[in-house]
Design a protein around this ligand. Sequence first.
Ligand code: BTN
Length: 328
Amino acid sequence: MSTKQAIIKILEQNIGVSVSGADIASSLGLSRNSIWKAIRDLRTDGYPINATTNKGYSLSATSDILSPQGIGVFLTNPTLSTAIQVHPTLPSTNQKAKQLATEGASSPTIIIAEQQTAGKGRMGRSFYAPPKSGIYMSLLLRPNLSAKDSTLITTAASVAVCRAIKLTIGESAGIKWVNDIIFRKKKVCGILTEAVTNFEDGTIDYVVLGIGVNVATEYFPPEIRTIAGSLLAPGRGGITRNQLAAAILNELFVILENLESRDFMPEYRSLSVVIGKDVEVIEHTRSYIARAIGISDDGGLIIKTSEGTKTLMSGEISIKGDFYNDEV
Ligand code: BTN
């Protein structure tokens, strides 16, 4: 860990509270002058660090810069922070995770970006990922799973994000199948999982689980403005992206430990905003209306049409009627 990272760790652990330069220097075994220089560099990097005579340095309580150290403060397993990389900007964190996977990166590797310039969404769409207002995170995982069970990772991630929202913000979110997270009738999170299968034995070589959360995005492009929303208003209520990212990771790793048991499926079903609703199913060449009646144990959407019942394992649906809150 560099001096700057070690200082950030101390300041994040004491966010809003002053820590004396002498204490920081002695805990890191460095001179007060080197601490002063690192603080100066951190300020240049954008960290809002206050210095008060006789008290020391404090990271402003409104600071909201993603970092492995800042996330680590809230992780159930703080050693996981060594697997986290935070980049100021990337075309796409999924793309970066796939590149690292082919270079042999270990599992888990967690790539986070402050912004994405070519964020990828499902169905070949793009994902809007402006700077400093969201969590754009991809996890490289090498699970010991069949290709069939690997789809559960996306299902698990949806539940983990809902749990994290409830734990940090205190309000419930819902899941629109497959994996859109809905909060106050707006989409606040999308999930894109990409898997590479070993053709010889049908097992998974690696999975890249991409999670994009609009935490405090103020303006969305016109084409998504009626659908997309943010979790927090501009003041953010003292909730930081580090806190939320850690909560997502904490909940996700709890579920992943026991993924094949499917113990989390009843929770997924209870969070579904789709069951019991009429939906338009959009397939490659056609679309049709169906009633969503349930979620299968593999995360498929069970629908009923005039032709009978079937389970969709992938695809796109839109909910009929007044689903999204049209306010912008
Ligand atoms: C969707 O709603 O269509 C899925 C959006 C997934 C977006 C996330 S942001 C982090 C990761 N990197 C990407 O390029 N996409 C995913």
